[in-house]
Ligand binder design. Sequence first.
Ligand code: PLP
Length: 413
Amino acid sequence: MTEHRNATPESWTGVLAPSEIKPSERAARVRYAIRDVMVVAQQARAAGKRLIPLNIGDPLQFDFPTPEHIIEAVYRAMRAGYNGYAPSLGTEEAIEAIRSEATRQGIRNIQEIMVTYGASEAIESALVSLLNPGENVLLPSPGYPLYEAVLTKLGCEPMPYCLDESNGWQPDLDDMASHINKKTKGIVVIHPNNPTGAVYSKETLRGILDLAARHGLVVFSDEIYSKLLLDPVEFISIASLAPEQPVVTFNGLSKAYLVPGFRIGWAILSGDARSVARYREVLARILRARLSVNHPAQFAIRPALEGSQEHIPQVVEKLRRRRDLTVSILNAVPGVHCVSPQAAFYAFPRLDIARSDTEFVLDLIRETGVIVVPGEGFGQAAGSHHFRLVFLPPEDTLREALEQIGQFARKWK
Ligand code: PLP
């Protein structure tokens, strides 16, 4: 029997009083603005505001139901007993469906296909497998904040390159080149981009590939919105332009197939077999260490990619109308300027304001209950101010939210 067991309850607490658990400095620096605004939103709700969430890109929160055949396939897989662990890189059926899809997009020299917990896990694993602390990767600014969060977690440096608002948010290749140094290992391309909705031309994509080839960099291409094109633009998968270059293409079912909660994504590693061999092996080892992705959910992949695509034009048509409504209402507000997004379901308007966009957004949430995300959370040119909103809600809700934003912006100083 130890001394502790004989002690009184008071002395127990004295002896075992826990010291403060200190989180790692790297992890403590991680920010994810899209959900961070919810703290203020909850306070606004407690104060009686009705919340209109325009912060999270989840179509399932609005009138975009999952196609039946996708749900059915997962249900059947569960009933058929596919409830054990799956192979670490994904089921054969899923991998073959992704391969066929990649081939249709013109991607050749495929060295590995990996099914992951959403594109998010693919992104994290691809970066973890490449980077040592202190190294850096070029990231689009503005861009989806997960990349910066992962780099921060790894003790690596996010190196932002400018997307040019005055040029429809196309990447500025000179700016990109100017940030490459000895510690640069890769370039992230988010295409179509979140938060700007821009789609890139073939020349731009070739320019990025040239830079990457000249400096021996891996290109990471996040194409999760590639099927949600709202304008008659051509979408080109960057890997299709350079079969010999190392490219990791990310995609998944969350957006175009309306199942973000299934957490199904993937990475396609393409390029010269010899040059990517060691990277490929490490990436596969990282994925083996986490066993596998949800087994039944992987059975959604083949029916999604090869079954009826009927819902996609319907989704796109709704989004196009909502995009047009968003851009026209916002651009009618003095001091607000919105480049029309060509794809996805985000707008990234600029604000002519003197104070920070974070202050603007937090006041907006407190006063109106409309939740958007400050531009600071995505990166933006120094001295400029933006916010991101999601235009997924039905038109009446969207109109109400946009009008509230307009009224608020007119009087906010
Ligand atoms: N990449 C981009 C550009 C995104 O916008 C998102 C989600 O919003 C993701 C990746 C994450 O997708 P997933 O749900 O497949 O993890």
